[in-house]
Design a binder for this molecule. Structure first.
Ligand code: NI
Length: 169
């Protein structure tokens, strides 16, 4: 099932998502639906709050479905180490149409659990490091615009509010 993507303005995107404690078939179905919804929206990462479910589940595939081996499921992820810096354009399915330069670590190590609840650590660099940070942020109620200057953030949010008023959001 493909879920519609929740956009900026919905409070589910701004709150701390709940820790996952039950690793059952319902969770595995949620993960499958998240991949389906992410591919349908042409994203490289998706956090459960983006389909309205406030749970600490994130899926990532920086190849956008081209390489099945690159599918990543991170449940209850935590960033445990970072190295270096990178600044690249970043966007979010919950803020469609907006992209901005965001400074992130060049290398990131996360600790998370897989769909069966087994703990693992994983290291990513470049775009993958960026995606790991971006999705972990979502689970803490933070969008990429939180990393921008107040001026740049307001520039985006003013446009969003205008679209909301026009019913185009
Ligand atoms: Ni996002």
């Amino acid at each position: 099932m493909i879920h519609p993507i929740v956009k900026y303005g919905d409070e589910v995107l701004q709150k701390q998502a709940a820790t996952v404690t039950v690793f059952d078939s319902e969770l595995r179905r949620l993960i499958e639906e998240m991949f389906e919804s992410m591919y349908a929206a042409q994203g490289v990462g998706l956090a459960a709050p983006q389909i309205g479910i406030s749970k600490r589940v994130a899926v990532i595939d920086i190849t956008s479905g081209k390489d099945p081996k690159s599918k990543i499921v991170a449940i209850n992820p935590e960033i445990i180490a970072t190295e270096g810096k990178q600044t690249e354009e970043e966007g979010c399915l919950s803020l469609p149409g907006f992209r901005s330069s965001v400074k992130r670590p060049e290398k990131v190590t996360i600790r998370a659990q897989d769909a069966k609840g087994h703990e693992f650590t994983m290291r990513g660099e470049g775009l993958l490091a960026r995606a790991l940070c971006h999705e972990t942020d979502h689970l803490n109620g933070r969008l990429f615009i939180a990393h921008l200057s107040a001026l740049k953030r307001e520039f985006i949010l003013r446009k969003v509010r205008k679209m909301m008023k026009l019913g185009d959001w």
